[in-house]
Design a protein around this ligand. Structure first.
Ligand code: CU
Length: 106
């Protein structure tokens, strides 16, 4: 049921065709997300994995579902379930240039 997909930019579009609830992994490396845009479906999970040697943070101020996964260190992973459709801006509080968008289809 839950398939772990390593998401790279090239795979992001193919992922939108998935039919079951999926878990997607976005890497944080060199102060950047492994993809700028991720297309998923309602109920999917996204795990943000810190592949840098220092801490990162994850939060979103999008009205439909604001969240803050807090700050976490190298090698750790934080997961969020997207229970609502919409366009979610994802940011890192520590590195303001780190931004990506998760598009959640109904
Ligand atoms: Cu960061």
């Amino acid at each position: 049921m839950k398939t772990l997909n390593l998401i790279v930019a090239a795979a992001a579009l193919a992922c939108g065709a998935a039919i079951a609830s999926n878990e997607h992994v976005v890497s944080q490396k060199d102060k950047a997300f492994s993809t700028k845009k991720l297309d998923i479906k309602v109920g999917d999970k996204v795990a943000f994995r810190n592949d840098d040697g220092f801490s990162h943070n994850i939060f979103s101020l999008t009205d439909a579902m604001p969240f803050d996964l807090g700050t976490y260190g190298s090698g750790q992973m934080k997961t969020v379930t997207f229970g609502k459709p919409g366009k979610f801006e994802i940011e890192c509080a520590i590195h303001p240039d780190m931004r990506m968008v998760v598009n959640v289809a109904p």
